[in-house]
Structure formats: structure tokens, C-alpha cells
Write a protein that binds this ligand. Structure first.
Ligand code: TRP
Length: 335
């Protein structure tokens, strides 16, 4: 039973792709906010598995990653009772609405998506139509649940923008079908850069394993990676554009400890980079340790995991189906 305060909460939706190991960048940039938002908002969170096949995936690996991503969301402390947490492909309305929306999306506007241009340059041997039309699937993910807010990082802003454009266009033709969502800019959030090349974003697809910290890395690995983090020879601990490595570490340390950059600079005044790197490594490892411990328990109980994602999908589909049928009816389909 939903109570009144639940239904009055503003709605938030976000999804994460199950591609590879989730990193400290995913955690500090997005997932940590998902945890904060579950108190204030009515949240819908999905593992966006349909999105993952725009690049070729090995079946066994993809399956393991879908499980693992869902388990990790639980391990972070996201509550499946409070939120709607599901696996995208279990709710067929996503793919169905995506088709509908693709007929209200212009080839020209889709061609402007910078992520498509980047990804097709990187996967020149597999520039499939799904990679091109991916933003209509993302628009469907969003619009089905009528969220007020969608938290997105810089790389997804353009996709949220097109989802909003499609919603407005559809509403102008057929009346009030979709809610036009606002981007949600988190109060805290960090853009975490690569530990090996701090001018690049931290990425799980980086060939250099020392460039990123996975959420499930061991304490030893985390500390080792921070010790090796690329810095500079200025010997000065300050947030500045000339010191991308040190600035990245300051950003990470303040995101984890809640201290401001100025407080961090003060704390390590007169100390060497070595001490600072060790402190960052330890703070990160301490923050991630309970998540890893939770994860190990959750992933070991496949039965319970399955129960939770099935329940989540049923909850999600009840909402998705309503929006989908309303859109179908407006267009003129026989229901
Ligand atoms: N495209 C997003 C990414 O690659 C993931 C995603 C899929 C998403 N559907 C979404 C994010 C809906 C927000 C809302 O990171």
C-alpha cells in the first residue's frame, strides 16, 4: 500500500549500463547520489541491459554482468522496498515505446549526438542502427515512468535533451501524455579522472588496469593504485588546472570524506604527495569495504536476487504499461 507521503514525493529515474566493472568514477559521479536521493524522492533505478548490446557482448559475460550490476545496486544500500529497482529487458514496454518514439524523432537531430560520433569512430567495424537510435531507447526508459528529474552526467546531457524534445513534440500532437523531465544536478558529485592520465575521465574500458579503481577492488589493490597515481613534480598540494593529478586526488578525497578542497589542502599542508596518496587510498578503501562485503553476500544468494529483480520488474511494468498504452491509444492503435 502506498501512503500519501510516498505519492507526493517527486519522482526520479536513472539507469546504469551493465558493461564491465563499475568504477569509483561511477560511484562518486552517480551512484552515491542515487543513495542520497532515495530518501527524498520516489526513485526508479534500472540496469540498462538493452543498451549494452550496441557494442558486441559475449553472452556469458553479459549475463554475469547484469546479475552483478543488480547485486551491486543492492550492496550500495539501495532499498528495493523504497525504490523500484529492475532490469530493463524484463519490462518489454521499453523496447516497444522506443519504436513508437523513433517515428517521432528526426534523422537529422539524431545525427547530431556526439556520443554516436565518438562511439562509431571507436567501433568502426560495427556501426549498427541500434547505436544510432540508442537515444530513443533512453527516451523510452525515461518517459515511461514520468519522472520529474533525471540525474545525468555531462556525457548524457544531450540524450536527456533529446528525450525532452521528443516528449514535447509528442505532447503537442496528442495532449498531455509524457512528463517533460528536468536534469538533476547533484549537490555533491565528482568527475573522477583516470589515475594514469588525469586529463581523461576514469573509465572501466581503459586498457591500463591501474588507471581505474573498481568498486569491488580489494583494499590492497586500491591502495596500490593510488600510490601509483600520476601526479607532478611541483610538490604543492593545491586544486589547480596545472595540477590535474593532484586536483583529481583532492576531488576524490573530498567526495569521500565530505571535506572541502580548502580543508583538504590545509590538512596536508607541508606533507608529501606520498602521505596524501596513501590517505586517499585508505579513505576510498574504507568507504568501499562495506559495499564489497555486502556484495559478496548478495551475489551468493541467487534465489533472493532473482526474487528481488522479478518483484522490481513487476512494480516497474505496472507503471510502464499505463504510459505505453496511453501513448498507443493517442496515436490511433486499437487496444
Ligand atoms: N545511457 C546511459 C549511460 O550510458 C544509461 C541510461 C540508459 C540512462 N537509460 C537511461 C541514464 C535513462 C538515465 C536515464 O550512462
Amino acid at each position: 500500500m502506498e501512503n500519501i507521503t510516498e505519492t507526493q514525493k517527486k519522482k526520479v529515474l536513472s539507469c546504469i549500463q551493465p558493461s564491465g566493472m563499475l568504477t569509483l568514477g561511477n560511484y562518486l559521479g552517480a551512484l552515491k547520489n542515487w543513495i542520497n536521493m532515495q530518501e527524498e524522492f520516489d526513485c526508479t533505478y534500472a540496469v540498462a541491459d538493452l543498451h549494452a548490446i550496441t557494442v558486441r557482448q559475449e553472452p556469458a559475460k553479459l549475463r554475469a554482468q547484469i546479475y552483478s550490476t543488480y547485486a551491486l545496486l543492492l550492496a550500495l544500500g539501495l532499498d528495493p522496498e523504497k525504490n523500484t529497482m529492475f532490469i530493463q529487458s524484463h519490462v518489454p514496454e521499453h523496447a516497444c515505446l522506443s519504436w513508437l518514439l523513433s517515428c517521432y524523432t528526426q534523422f537529422g537531430e539524431m545525427s547530431r549526438m556526439t556520443q554516436f560520433k565518438d562511439k562509431s569512430a571507436r567501433h568502426a567495424d560495427n556501426i549498427n542502427v541500434g547505436l544510432f537510435s540508442y537515444p530513443t531507447l533512453m527516451a523510452a526508459d525515461i518517459l515511461l515512468y514520468k519522472p520529474d528529474f533525471v540525474p545525468v552526467g555531462a556525457d548524457q546531457k544531450q540524450h536527456l535533451e533529446i528525450a525532452r524534445d521528443i516528449a514535447v513534440r509528442f505532447n503537442n500532437l496528442y495532449g498531455d501524455v509524457f512528463t517533460v523531465p528536468e536534469p538533476y544536478i547533484a549537490k555533491v558529485g565528482a568527475r573522477v579522472m583516470s589515475l594514469a592520465d588525469p586529463t581523461k575521465k576514469m573509465s572501466k574500458s581503459d586498457d591500463n588496469l591501474n588507471s581505474y579503481v573498481a568498486i569491488l577492488d580489494s583494499k590492497d589493490d586500491i591502495i596500490r593504485k593510488f600510490k601509483r597515481a600520476v601526479t607532478d613534480s611541483l610538490g604543492c598540494l593545491r586544486l589547480s588546472e596545472e595540477q590535474p593529478g593532484i586536483s583529481n586526488l583532492i576531488g576524490i578525497y573530498s567526495a569521500v570524506t565530505g571535506k572541502t578542497a580548502a580543508e583538504v589542502e590545509k590538512e596536508f599542508e607541508g606533507k608529501g604527495y606520498g602521505d596524501f596518496k596513501l590517505a586517499v587510498g585508505e579513505a576510498v578503501a574504507d568507504e568501499l569495504a562495506p559495499i564489497k562485503a555486502n556484495y559478496d553476500k548478495i551475489i551468493a544468494d541467487k534465489g533472493e536476487l532473482e526474487r528481488l529483480y522479478r518483484e522490481g520488474s513487476e512494480k516497474a511494468e505496472r507503471v510502464a504499461r499505463k504510459t505505453y498504452f496511453k501513448a498507443m491509444k493517442k496515436v490511433g492503435f486499437v487496444l
